[in-house]
Design a protein around this ligand. Structure first.
Ligand SMILES: NC(=O)c1ccc[n+]([C@@H]2O[C@H](COP(=O)([O-])OP(=O)(O)OC[C@H]3O[C@@H](n4cnc5c(N)ncnc54)[C@H](OP(=O)(O)O)[C@@H]3O)[C@@H](O)[C@H]2O)c1
Length: 333
């Protein structure tokens, strides 16, 4: 079978395909034929060597993939050949609160990922995918959708009538917009591109601001009443505006690092406004199951920006680098 690897050093040009022996599932494991994968900003950072410069290579990239079960290892009773499945981001985080050791089982980072024709996963490291979704659609869920879901409804407590702020038009933010609207919330979005601002409005965003033209967007939003919850993906360059934008007692889910992780920050509003600032690192298998139920119930479909073939993985990563995408970038296998 063929698998993609980051080999011989980091860089988009170092992500290449190679031929290897077909893997076989051991006891308690499942063999999955991968049909589609999707890109997250993390996969771009991993390929560039910016996520973990000490990551041992070669490494199979990408955390997200969906496909069908083709063989079962000894003792596996919760799956059948032909089941449509997606891997979970952290193979060992099944339920409950996050623990340090779960991070050591993250696909496409700590361990090999999903960009391969065949992968072996633990029988608990999978979920069934919603019937109404294609493999390409389901492949967008494990990282971005679970993260948005966790921020809003598991670690967060967004209710109908709340106002949620989402930032930009990437994978996490577009899912957050869809989920928040489905839950009856009002959504304020930011984007740097007028055409994308129109698309966000068409998807139901109630108010869209251009964060480049209005760098103090947090103040503008606060003046208009503030928000209850921020899905913060911008990182250090946007966190200060986010904590200005949120109302007293509101929540800020710290998720993304698009502008970097380190810098100066005025923390005074966090205490003066009794803010709840929480870190989010994707989510558990149980959260993925809750998300899937909500997607089915509401017939929500992921927004796919573009579909590349496996051999175009480098083009797909460069497309993400260009930041022209809206929603998710899929790579079929
Ligand atoms: N903690 C976690 O578990 C977790 C999980 C998933 C993702 N993440 C992180 O969350 C971030 C988003 O991930 P993603 O995969 O959704 O990325 P993505 O699809 O690549 O999103 C890129 C988009 O973000 C917007 N953006 C860029 N800089 C921005 C800024 N300063 N302020 C507001 N928006 C900005 C741009 O939208 P416009 O073109 O509309 O301006 C850009 O197109 C990344 O940092 C990623 O590493 C973290």
């Amino acid at each position: 079978m063929r698998q993609a690897v980051i080999e011989g050093g980091f860089g988009i040009e170092r992500v290449v395909w190679r031929e290897v022996e077909d893997p076989a599932p051991g006891p308690g494991q499942v063999l999955v034929r991968v049909r589609a994968t999707s890109l997250n900003y993390r996969d771009y950072l991993v390929a560039k060597g910016q996520y973990n410069p000490k990551m041992p290579l070669p490494r199979v990239p990408l955390s997200d993939g969906a496909g069908e079960v083709v063989a079962l290892g000894a003792g596996v009773s919760n799956w059948a050949v032909g089941d449509r499945v997606a891997g979970i981001f952290m193979q060992t985080w099944l339920d409950g609160q996050y623990r340090d050791l779960y991070g050591k089982s993250a696909l496409g980072g700590a361990i090999d990922g999903m960009l391969a024709e065949l992968v072996v996963l633990d029988a608990h490291g999978l979920v069934a995918i919603p019937d109404h979704l294609s493999f390409a659609e389901a492949a967008t869920l494990p990282c971005a959708a679970v993260t948005a879901w966790n921020a809003l409804f598991e670690s967060g407590d967004v209710k109908p009538g709340d106002t949620v702020l989402v930032q930009g038009s990437g994978g996490v933010s577009v899912f957050a917009l869809q989920f928040a609207k489905a839950a009856g919330a009002r959504v304020i979005a930011t984007s740097s591109q007028p055409a994308k601002m129109e698309r966000l409005k068409a998807m139901g965003a109630d108010w869209v601001l251009n964060y480049k033209e209005e760098p103090e967007w947090g103040k503008v939003i606060a003046k208009a009443g503030g928000v209850d919850h921020v899905v913060e993906v911008g990182g250090i360059g946007s966190l200060e505006q986010s904590i200005v934008a949120v109302r007293a007692g509101g929540q800020v889910s710290v998720i993304g690092v698009l502008t970097g992780v380190a810098g100066s920050l005025n923390i005074a509003p966090i205490l003066h406004k009794h803010l709840h600032v929480q870190g989010i690192y994707v989510g558990s298998r149980a959260m993925f199951l809750n998300l899937s139920r909500a997607l089915s119930q509401n017939q929500i479909r992921p927004v796919i920006d573009s579909v590349f073939s496996g051999v175009q993985i480098q083009e797909a990563l460069r497309h993400m680098e260009g930041a022209g995408h809206f929603g998710k970038i899929v790579v079929e296998v």
